[in-house]
Design a protein around this ligand. Structure first.
Ligand SMILES: Nc1ncnc2c1ncn2[C@@H]1O[C@H](COP(=O)(O)OP(=O)(O)OP(=O)(O)O)[C@@H](O)[C@H]1O
Ligand SMILES: [Mg+2]
Length: 253
């Protein structure tokens, strides 16, 4: 992929045509997908992951750089250049973090010595629970796993498209993630209920009844509201830490 994907309209849950002709998403963009539970966010993410060719329930068609993807581009893990991180993503290998990253880097012919350290320290910016190189990947928590895979996708993976399905409430520092992905020439798409993510992305896709209803571009007003949301987040995190440490609020026994 050199520059963009195009989504051609499919149908909503009732089989009615979606209200657009095509939507172009470019490398370098950070996009969010929002909408009520059941509105079709995960299906849209999976349409992009599969590069659907009118063969999913939404009947959307997706092209890469204006070309139809061939079979390998869609289904061969070697050729497929789309990384997907979901709520349930788990590493299934017996390796420790360091080996896991080393093998991935080697498989991509990257021999940079400090790379493994870099990935771990980037992952540790995303998660509050520190990851060490000696930890087994299967024993990482959900938040640690997603943070590690995200850092891995940015620094080692060559995937130009990174899809993230719901990382809120996952012990992940979202503003750090957004800060990093903005500097990468990747298309990053978050399906999210989290205002801190939604307000920080340049574009948001609104889902309703299985259809893309509209696309909203980021404005200065969004930026102002985002500041308040982040401030509120900081308060919540602070109180959360205190509660985890066993703080008692008045009363007591
Ligand atoms: N365009 C569509 N046509 C037919 N079925 C659809 C369409 N869009 C979504 N669905 C179906 O509706 C159900 C809910 O969609 P989906 O899981 O994508 O919602 P969601 O927005 O991710 O919800 P949540 O916020 O709970 O994760 C799924 O079974 C999905 O396959
Ligand atoms: Mg979903």
């Amino acid at each position: 992929m050199k520059s963009h994907i195009t989504i051609y309209a499919g149908v909503d849950k009732n089989g009615n045509k979606e209200n657009y002709t095509k939507i172009i998403l470019k490398l370098g963009e950070v996009v969010s997908i929002v909408g009520h539970t059941g509105s079709g966010k995960t299906l849209l993410i999976s349409d992009i992951e599969q590069l659907s060719q009118k063969d999913s329930v939404s009947q959307r068609l997706i092209t890469i750089d204006d070309k139809l993807p061939d079979f390998e581009e869609r289904f061969d893990p070697e050729k497929k250049r789309i990384a997907m991180i979901t709520q349930n993503t788990k590493c299934v290998s017996d390796l420790v973090v360091e080996e896991f990253l080393k093998i991935h880097a080697l498989s991509r012919n990257i021999f940079e010595k400090e790379l493994v350290e870099k990935v771990i320290s980037l992952a540790n910016k995303f998660t509050g629970e520190s990851i060490t190189g000696e930890a087994k990947v299967t024993e990482l928590s959900g938040g640690q796993t997603r943070s590690l895979l995200f850092a891995d996708a940015i620094l080692i993976g060559a995937s130009p498209i990174i899809l993230v399905d719901e990382i809120e409430n996952a012990g992940i520092n979202k503003s750090e993630i957004l800060k990093y992905v903005k500097n990468e020439n990747k298309l990053v798409i978050f399906a999210s209920h989290d205002p801190a993510i939604v307000l920080a992305t340049e574009k948001r896709i609104i889902m309703k009844n299985g259809a893309i209803e509209k696309i909203i571009e980021h404005t200065d007003a969004d930026r102002a509201v985002l500041e308040s949301v982040l401030e509120a987040d900081r308060v919540i995190k602070y109180v959360q830490e205190m509660l985890r440490d066993g703080l008692e609020l008045g009363g007591g026994m």
